[in-house]
Design a protein around this ligand. Structure first.
Ligand code: OAD
Length: 229
């Protein structure tokens, strides 16, 4: 039995990291077009770095929670295929022990040179005047995917979702494509589908089972049930 999970900001909320679209969430305080697009970086790199510096500091101070640990346990104990697809740029799944995973929106712990694509572990703070350690260009950016850029690993993700027996959305509003299209693909390909969220996403078509509650409670229960079946 093959299992694909798609996680979003809600799974890290109880680790203290903000979501994007809940009340007082990041996109209520910042405009996407000011901090999360290539144009924003070209116009005002200092503001873009400030936004991601704050988020990197938050991530490094945070710890994985019971939901991250439960998905890592699912990977360790399930005898079939498992793929964890995350839209999150934090490293909490990795620190909880997940290894069969892809970060489709990139990774905040890394920096990348926009000129030569060299990537390295990001320092706590990045600034517009930083230089690439390889080519010396003054073009250092967080290694995350911005609006208008291609997501990572899409072919691998689509192949896994097509073959999945079970597909679960966890802690995501399902508003950003192409991630938001994966539930429909999973259903079309015959998977049993779940949505595990604090509040229903309202996605159409909806998942076959909707489990509502805090991820630290719902995800460990869902994983325990899967491992028993
Ligand atoms: P959103 O902020 O859009 O959605 C967060 C979801 O998590 C909502 O459905 C909440 O109900 C749910 N949630 C909040 N707290 C929760 C908790 N304790 N337990 C369980 N669920 C909880 O975040 P994403 O769907 O991840 O992209 O956003 C998708 C993308 O939009 C992000 O990757 C980012 C953003 O713009 C880029 O920056 C490219």
């Amino acid at each position: 039995m093959s299992i694909v999970t798609l996680t979003g900001a809600g799974i890290s909320a109880e680790s203290g990291l903000g979501t994007f679209r809940d009340s007082d969430a990041l996109w209520a305080r910042y405009q996407i077009e000011d901090v999360a697009t290539p144009e924003a970086y070209a116009r005002n790199p200092a503001l873009v770095h400030e936004f991601y510096n704050l988020r990197r500091q938050g991530m490094r101070a945070a710890e994985p929670n019971a939901a991250h640990h439960a998905l890592a346990e699912l990977e360790r104990r399930h005898r079939g295929e498992v793929l964890l697809v995350t839209q999150n740029v934090d490293d909490l799944h990795w620190r909880a022990g997940s290894r069969k995973m892809v970060s489709m929106h990139g990774q905040l712990q890394n920096a990348r040179c926009a000129a030569c694509s060299h990537a390295w572990t990001a320092p706590d703070l990045m600034f517009p005047e930083d230089r690439c350690e390889k080519c010396d260009a003054q073009a250092c950016r967080p290694d995350v995917v911005w609006f208008g850029e291609d997501v990572r690993f899409l072919e691998e993700i689509v192949t896994a979702v097509r073959q999945a027996d079970i597909f679960a959305l966890i802690g995501t509003s399902g508003t950003v494509y192409p991630a938001a299209g994966l539930l429909e693909l999973a259903e079309a390909c015959g998977a049993t589908t779940y949505e595990i969220n604090l509040t229903p996403s309202g996605m159409r078509p909806s998942a076959q089972s909707i489990l509502l509650g805090r991820a630290t409670e719902t995800v460990p229960k869902w994983v325990a049930k899967l491992l028993r079946s």
